[in-house]
Design a protein around this ligand. Sequence first.
Ligand code: TXA
Ligand code: MG
Length: 347
Amino acid sequence: MTDTRIIDASDPSDQNGIVDLAVGLLVEGEVVALPTETVYGLGADALNADAVAKIFTAKERPKFDPLIVHVGSYEQIDEVANVPDELREVIDKLMKAHWPGPLTLVLPKKECVPDIVTSGLPAVAVRMSAHPLMKAIVRKLGRPIAAPSANRFGRISPTSASAVEKELAGRIPMIIDGGACREGLESTIIRPEISADAGKKGVLIHVLRSGPVTKEMLQRFGKVVRVKKNRSEDAPEAPGQLASHYAPVTPLRLLSKPSEFKPEPGKKYALLSYCGSEKAGFMDLHEWVAVEQLSPGNGKLAEAAVRFFYVLRLLDEIGADEIIAEPVSETGLGVAMMDKLRRASVR
Ligand code: TXA
Ligand code: MG
């Protein structure tokens, strides 16, 4: 057991001291849980293989699941990735439009990136976080930070420091509490490629994981295609994207319509509702032991995204036998949420 210090970063005048604390641990080859705008990450010096190994131990993460490397500037992408000449223009445009922000780019890796970071793949996933603390910490460290979401493997991603504490207390030395994450869903992961099949722009954008940067936002950079290879028997292109992911401990079932719900006598069911609307037909269906709404009233997708992992975690802690999930509108940000609900669903 490690004593886990939780550092409150709510007062901006403490920022420099907190950055120094985190950087001090990272320099020593330790791991630190850090806030980002998407979800909390568990960071280590990306170029120190022994430090990165501690991430896998703390998370009980299998070594086949590679990590995202966080940089502090546009230029730093060239420290970890070999950006092919033909992709330079589109990468520059994507960075200008979405960095810092929730977009991860998969590119051929530089030799200095240890194999443990990429699970031996020839590619590295890179992003630049918009969170002021994360940005300041990467810059002060002067080296890229490898950081997966700060949850135990296969569990719900943490969007607050208290959620990280539940997942990793006793396993890591420090959690920097930077408040609630403003996006609430993990970054969109893409692999851009030059291709003759990609129409006028000639750029094919493979979406490896849907997230806050939506298909609609990516379309102006090239032809967007979703990578669907995610059954566990296949080798997925984004190896962490296994079918059974983001799962609460309580079984969860995503239903497309209320008539699919056949409760078993004596079982306790909780409802994950999209907007709490009775019109959807789920609210009145049953005496739910608990109901949580993603975006009460009018189903705003950005609000639902911010609350998504928080609400899943709440329902998981209720002690229900099963969580029934209502579908979310599958456009924009809803694509990422439906993807996660499908992966979490046991059906
Ligand atoms: O928003 C985020 O992306 C958060 C914050 C902390 O930055 N990070 C995050 O990391 O969600 P993680 O480890 O939970 O998910 C990273 C996923 C891996 O599971 C894998 O699917 C994909 O990124 N990935 C990482 N490196 C890759 C690579 N070289 N090639 C393909 N996919 C990769
Ligand atoms: Mg994760």
